[in-house]
Ligand binder design. Structure first.
Ligand code: HEC
Ligand code: HEC
Ligand code: HEC
Ligand code: HEC
Ligand code: HEC
Length: 233
């Protein structure tokens, strides 16, 4: 990837963050909050080497996110699956599909293709600047679903970036996480809705996912940090 900004800009936020800690933190926060565009990169939808559909594999086949993104709840980084995960099924299923030719070239030794053994080069969609610290498991294991950040991936034929991933967007949730908190059993259920709430609370006053989120926030003592050093080490 081309680097559009000169190298020194990588360190700029850190310097600003350090100063902000010492002096006018509030003013800088207000500035950066409003200066960060809300629509940054939202909608980005590159085409992929194989037209992989989450709609088929998640909604129709019922595969769990962790079948392929197996590190998402145990590590800071969420992996994209390797060829073996696909080949487990596709050496038997849709064997002659032209869409899967790039996979066969890499996995079927009888084809003697020059790409044999090479990984599929999936185009990365969600990407933060290097100066931001982010951690998947810290969110997923505290009741924040993939859906809150990535949208309804289970309905997407082709993945696109639904949210800006800007600083303002992160902070919006860190200040009011109750809108997003859900029982841990529902984190990978991208169809979670008000209809599921009654399963978890007998309290008649708890009707919406947000009502339940507020309860969970108190119960689990969730308080996402908003200090600069949380995300800018
Ligand atoms: C059968 C395997 C499989 C399953 C199951 C699966 N994914 Fe994926 N996912 C992939 C592959 C392959 C890619 C890369 C290609 C693409 O973007 O479509 C991907 C890409 C993604 C991306 C974009 C990554 C980036 O580059 O930014 C997100 C977000 C994602 N998946 C979320 C989910 C969620 C949420 C679930 C569960 C609801 C899920 N996936 C289930 C295989 C899978
Ligand atoms: C658990 C088994 C399973 C896994 C794992 C799996 N698939 Fe599939 N895939 C299927 C099934 C079943 C279909 C539907 C086949 C059909 O409609 O004939 C399908 C359909 C497809 C299709 C559409 C084929 C066509 O001709 O329309 C593509 C492309 C595809 N998968 C790619 C992948 C890739 C890439 C991976 C790995 C990231 C993967 N699949 C992992 C079972 C799987
Ligand atoms: C709190 C928001 C948030 C939640 C919750 C979340 N993600 Fe992400 N995800 C992100 C951000 C931000 C990135 C970009 C990270 C980066 O660039 O370091 C990302 C990147 C990814 C990637 C691309 C990683 C790569 O290296 O190609 C995948 C795949 C992914 N997420 C899957 C998931 C799945 C599956 C879930 C649910 C189990 C999930 N995410 C939950 C915010 C989130
Ligand atoms: C939908 C809500 C939501 C969004 C969006 C969100 N977060 Fe969080 N974040 C949380 C919650 C909840 C916690 C856990 C707080 C707790 O454990 O008390 C958390 C914790 C964290 C932590 C502390 C993790 C640790 O290692 O202790 C970091 C760092 C963080 N978030 C960074 C980010 C960044 C960067 C973004 C934007 C790219 C982001 N978050 C977006 C809800 C969110
Ligand atoms: C919850 C996580 C989080 C916290 C807390 C946070 N930031 Fe950020 N910050 C981000 C993200 C995400 C970006 C955008 C990264 C990108 O564009 O990829 C960012 C970008 C920036 C930038 C780059 C300029 C811009 O507007 O894009 C500066 C400067 C910055 N932050 C300073 C600060 C300061 C100062 C504080 C404390 C008052 C702070 N940040 C707190 C997540 C955070």
């Amino acid at each position: 990837m081309a680097n559009f900004f000169p190298r020194w800009t990588n360190f700029l936020p850190l310097k600003i963050a350090v100063c902000a800690g010492a002096v006018a933190g509030g003013a800088v926060l207000a500035f950066t909050y409003y200066a960060t565009p809300k629509t940054l990169d939202a909608g980005y939808q590159p085409s992929q080497p194989i037209p992989f559909s989450h709609k088929i594999h998640v909604d129709q086949l019922g595969l769990d996110c962790r079948y392929c993104h197996s590190f998402v709840d145990v590590s800071g980084h969420s992996n994209v699956p390797g060829n073996n995960t696909c080949w487990n099924c596709h050496q038997h299923v849709a064997k002659d599909s032209p869409k899967l030719q790039p996979l066969r070239n890499r996995m079927d030794p009888t084809l003697e293709h020059p790409d044999f053994g090479k990984p599929i080069e999936w185009v990365r969609i969600h990407k933060l600047a290097d100066y931001v610290y982010f951690n998947h498991s810290a969110h997923v294991n505290r009741g924040i679903s993939c859906q809150s950040c990535h949208g309804q991936i289970n309905h997407m034929e082709v993945v696109y970036q639904e949210n800006s991933l800007s600083m303002g967007w992160c902070l919006e949730c860190h200040r009011a996480p109750e809108k997003h908190l859900r029982p841990l059993e529902e984190v990978f259920n991208l169809n979670y809705s008000d209809a599921d709430v009654a399963k978890y609370s007998k309290d008649a006053g708890v009707k919406t996912t947000e009502d339940l989120g507020l309860k969970l926030k108190e119960h689990w003592q969730i308080s996402p940090k908003t200090s600069c050093a949380t995300c800018h080490h």
